[in-house]
Design a protein around this ligand. Structure first.
Ligand SMILES: C[C@](O)(CO)[C@H](O)COP(=O)(O)OP(=O)(O)OC[C@H]1O[C@@H](n2ccc(N)nc2=O)[C@H](O)[C@@H]1O
Ligand SMILES: Nc1ncnc2c1ncn2[C@@H]1O[C@H](COP(=O)(O)OP(=O)(O)OP(=O)(O)O)[C@@H](O)[C@H]1O
Length: 289
C-alpha cells in the first residue's frame, strides 16, 4: 500500500517574542496559517526494517538529518514498530525559506504513518510528538489557522482569515533561524498586537488583518539582508494590500484580494526574484483532510 500526504507551507501573520527562556528558546506568540504551496509525501512499506528517504532536491538531506526521517524514527521508537518505510518527497516549498517546509514534511510523515501503521493516535498526540522534532511541527500537524504559544508547541485553533491571494517571494539569501533569534534585541524590537490580530480574524475583517500584520524578527533579518526590505517595497509598489516577512525569513509575503492584482505583482517581481509564487490561503485546513 502506498499512501500520500500533502505538506503545506505556513506563513506567520503575526509573530511576537515575549522573552528569552532559561533553556535558550524564546517564548513566542504567533498567529500562523497554512497556504496552498505544498510538498508531496509518499509513504510505502519496505521489507527491510529501516527508514529510507528519497528526494530529488539537492538541498534536502536524505539521511537521519531529514525532519521526516526524525518523525518516522520517533514514531517507530515510541510505539516499538518493527516495520520499514520509504519516504519519497517531492519538494515544492523552497528550502530554508521561513515557510516551515521541513517541519511540514515531518508533520505529514507523522499523520501518514499514523494511518499506514494503524496507530489511531489523535492529532494532539501527534502534535506533542512533533514538538520534539522542531518548534513549528506541532502547528504543521494541525494546519489551518492557529495561535501558537510556548516555544511554538501550544496550539489553539483560530477563525481562519477570509479567502485571499498570497504572493510569496524568496530572496536568494540563506537565513539561520537560530542566528536571527540570537540577534534579537527585545528592547529595540517592534511588537505586533496579537489580540488585535485575533479580533480581526474573529470579525472576518480583511483590512484589520492587513493592518495588524507584524513580525518581531523582521528587523533582525532585514538588518542582515537588506534585500528583504527591497522585496517588501517592490511588493507594495506593485499593489499588495499588506506585506510581511514570514518566520525568520527570508521569504516575504503579500496579501491581495483580487487574483488579477496577485498576477500583476507576480509578473513585476519576476524581474527581481527567481522564487515567486501566487497561492491561496488554506486557512481552514481543508486540504489536510
Ligand atoms: C521562526 C519560526 O519558524 C516561526 O514560525 C519558529 O519560531 C522556528 O521554528 P523551527 O524552525 O521549527 O525552530 P527549531 O528547529 O525548534 O529551533 C531552531 C532554533 O531557533 C531558536 N528558537 C526557535 C523557536 C523558539 N521559540 N525560540 C528559539 O529561540 C533556537 O535557537 C533553536 O535552536
Ligand atoms: N524535509 C526537509 N525539507 C527541507 N529541509 C530539510 C528537511 N529536513 C531537514 N532539512 C534541513 O532543514 C533546514 C531548514 O529547512 P526548512 O525548509 O524546514 O526551513 P524553514 O522553512 O526556514 O523552517 P522554519 O520556517 O520552520 O524555520 C534545511 O537547510 C535542510 O538542510
Amino acid at each position: 500500500m502506498r499512501l500520500l500526504e500533502k505538506a503545506p507551507a505556513k506563513i506567520n501573520l503575526a509573530l511576537d517574542v515575549l522573552y528569552k527562556r532559561p533553556d535558550g528558546y524564546h517564548e513566542v506568540e504567533m498567529v500562523m496559517t497554512t497556504v496552498d504551496l505544498s510538498d508531496r509525501i509518499e509513504l510505502s512499506p519496505l521489507k527491510e526494517n529501516e527508514i529510507r528517504i528519497v528526494s530529488e532536491n539537492r538541498f534536502v538531506p536524505n539521511d537521519e538529518r531529514n525532519l521526516a526521517y526524525k518523525a518516522a524514527k520517533l514514531l517507530k521508537d515510541t510505539y516499538r514498530i518493527n516495520e520499514g518505510v520509504e519516504i519519497y518527497m517531492e519538494k515544492y516549498i523552497p528550502v530554508a525559506a521561513g515557510l516551515a517546509g521541513g517541519s511540514s514534511d515531518a508533520a505529514a510523515t507523522l499523520r501518514g504513518l499514523n494511518r499506514l501503521w494503524d496507530l489511531e493516535l489523535s492529532l494532539d498526540t501527534l502534535a506533542e510528538l512533533g514538538s520534539h522534532i522542531g518548534s513549528d511541527v506541532s502547528f504543521c500537524v494541525h494546519g489551518g489557522t492557529a495561535l501558537a504559544t510556548g516555544r511554538g508547541e501550544n496550539i489553539q485553533q483560530l477563525t481562519p482569515p477570509p479567502a485571499c491571494w498570497v504572493v510569496l517571494a524568496k530572496p536568494t539569501v540563506g537565513v539561520s533561524t537560530q542566528t536571527i533569534y540570537q540577534q534579537l534585541d527585545l528592547n529595540e524590537a517592534e511588537h505586533p498586537n496579537i489580540p488585535k490580530m485575533i479580533e480581526a480574524l474573529d470579525a472576518e475583517d480583511y483590512e484589520g488583518i492587513c493592518a495588524n500584520l507584524g513580525n518581531v524578527l523582521e528587523g533582525v533579518t532585514t538588518k542582515l539582508h537588506p534585500e528583504v526590505n527591497q522585496l517588501k517595497n517592490h511588493m507594495k509598489e506593485f499593489g499588495a494590500d499588506a506585506v510581511l516577512m514570514s518566520g525568520s525569513g527570508p521569504t516575504v509575503f503579500g496579501l491581495v484580494q483580487q487574483e488579477s492584482r496577485a498576477h500583476r505583482i507576480y509578473n513585476g517581481l519576476r524581474g527581481f526574484c527567481e522564487d515567486v509564487y501566487v497561492v491561496r490561503l488554506l486557512g481552514d485546513g481543508t486540504l489536510l483532510d
